[in-house]
Design a protein around this ligand. Structure first.
Ligand code: SF4
Ligand code: SF4
Length: 85
């Protein structure tokens, strides 16, 4: 499964500074379907050594499209604290 047009990583610039909510993956629910990766408009997803998706919070703008498309409710919406930035 490959996107027809892959956006440049962080094309909208560093967006984490103004994010008010953020997605958090519940890995016990994740089936590695890659739909979050495919639909993220900022190309924030990479994969760990077990092929689970990992979010780059430097560029995630908190649009929550990934949560909307996840078929297993494996992505939660949580308030942003900016503690990890
Ligand atoms: S919230 Fe939006 S920008 Fe952030 S990882 Fe999900 S789809 Fe990408
Ligand atoms: S869309 Fe949901 S189930 Fe699929 S890879 Fe992403 S987090 Fe995992």
């Amino acid at each position: 499964m490959h996107p027809l047009l892959k956006p440049i990583h962080g094309a909208a610039g560093r967006t984490a500074d103004w994010r008010t909510i953020k997605p958090v993956i519940e890995y016990e629910k994740c089936t590695k379907c890659n739909l979050c990766w495919l639909n993220c408009p900022d190309s924030c997803f990479s994969f760990d050594e077990e092929q689970y998706p990992v979010i780059d919070y430097t560029y995630c703008k908190g649009c929550m499209i990934c949560m909307e498309v996840c078929p297993h409710d494996a992505i939660l919406e949580v308030p942003e604290t900016h503690e990890e930035i």
